[in-house]
Design a protein around this ligand. Structure first.
Ligand SMILES: *Cc1c(COP(=O)(O)O)cnc(C)c1O
Length: 396
């Protein structure tokens, strides 16, 4: 069957909630993907910042296969060995206190919201608290996560959403302060806004949020789902600034391809929020996904994945800056580490993404006019050059 026919067949049964690109992928190797007709693509999308180790990273597949042979799932009614190991490693990397594993990023955000609400409930003895979220943010598609997502077109058809959410401007502390009331229990912010167009938080903003939250005993939630797991050159983007959240959400690259997320709490948030009966999940943190998480951390440490990002990121930025200089349709480069965006003007980003696909390069968009580059963290200098050469053609 030709790729065209495969696509037609997919549209028979799969609900059309995505305008998918006309390509069917069959396999991957390193930082490359291959479609069902054998065409090769350099992957600067990484399954939307998931495949941090690319495809078939040495040792990863073997660890998952070994776990399949032992035990896939039991339920959270019992302990298992992989969750102990994965939990310890996530705590080591974050220097936080407790972990709850979920099946996705959205569910990690749901859990973080519930933990913050419960913290305020325990403290005040009553419910009905408020959350401050940012405009232009993205936290997921479930009703709770959508309620703190500051993008109107995602929200509108599903109103009314969860009440008690106020929006402020990202990187504008004053606008956050204006939204604080007696009822505020949490502030949620992406350390680097991803879907909204690759906007890194400033150090001043994060420090200001931390001070504000300390003053008022508000839970500070950092959404590290996209920018975490080494992408910015730190395990978690906030570690660059030394500003610690009370709760952090992660997912995407946490398992490098298996569906897993987590919300991680500091001692304060963990000791006075969710208790037995408050929260649960059937699959969350099952032995299979936790074997993946555990192996990911092991590989990150053993093969110095994060130092590699730190070493290569300046080169990536330098080459992107030169590209931006050369093409007048690129008005700005923004980002941190291997999470980069090129803001375009006068050229639809979808045209560039399509052209790149035709030329064997996978990139994605963010917001309405930003070209997003979130490659596997294992890319080489030569692959940066290869990407630049293709983009150079596509931006012309
Ligand atoms: C992707 C993403 C989510 C949602 O994660 P899912 O795994 O798709 O549910 C939430 N927050 C941020 C910042 C994300 O990038």
């Amino acid at each position: 069957m030709k790729m065209h026919d495969q696509i037609e067949e997919a549209e028979v049964s799969i609900l059309h909630t995505y305008n998918r690109f006309p390509v069917v992928f069959e396999r991957g190797e390193g930082a490359y993907l291959y479609d069902t007709e054998g065409k090769k693509y350099l992957d600067f999308a990484a399954g939307i910042a998931v495949n941090a180790l690319g495809y078939h990273y040495p040792g990863y597949d073997e660890a998952l296969k070994a776990q399949i042979d032992k035990l896939m799932h039991t339920s959270n009614l019992y302990y298992n060995l992989p969750i102990i190991d994965a939990g310890n490693k996530l705590i080591m990397a974050s220097r936080m206190s407790k972990v709850f594993f979920t099946n996705s990023g959205t569910e990690a955000v749901e859990g973080a919201i519930k933990a913050a609400k419960k913290y305020a409930y325990v403290k005040t003895g009553h419910a009905d608290h408020e959350i401050i979220a940012m405009r232009n943010s993205f936290h997921g598609r479930s009703i709770g996560a959508l309620s703190v997502t500051g993008t109107e077109h995602y929200r509108e058809p599903f109103e009314p959403l969860m009440g008690g959410v106020r929006f402020a401007d990202f990187n504008d502390l004053e606008s956050v302060q204006e939204q604080v009331t007696e009822k505020t229990c949490a502030i949620i912010v992406e350390t680097v806004q991803g879907e909204g167009g690759i906007h890194p938080a400033t150090k001043d903003f994060l420090e200001g949020l931390r001070r504000l939250c300390d003053e008022k005993d508000i839970i500070l939630i950092f959404d590290e789902i996209q920018c975490g797991m080494g992408r910015t050159g730190y395990y978690f983007a906030w570690q660059e600034f030394g500003v610690q959240p009370d709760i952090m959400t992660c997912a995407k690259a946490l398992g490098c391809g298996v569906p897993v997320g987590a919300f991680v709490l500091n001692r304060k948030a963990a000791s006075a929020s969710l208790e037995p009966g408050d929260h649960g999940t059937t699959y969350g943190g099952n032995p299979f996904v936790c074997a993946a998480v555990s192996k990911v951390f092991e590989i990150f440490e053993r093969d110095m994945i994060i130092p590699h990002v730190q070493e290569l990121a300046p080169y990536l930025e330098e080459r992107l800056d030169a590209l931006a200089e050369k093409h007048s349709c690129v008005v700005e480069r923004r980002g941190a580490g291997f999470m980069q965006g090129l803001e375009l003007q006068g050229k639809p980003v979808s045209d560039v993404v399509k052209k790149a696909l035709e030329n064997g390069l996978l990139v994605i968009s963010a917001g309405s006019n930003v070209l997003r580059l979130v490659p596997p963290l294992i890319i080489s200098l030569a692959q940066v050059d290869e990407m630049i050469d293709i983009l150079d053609v596509c931006l012309r």
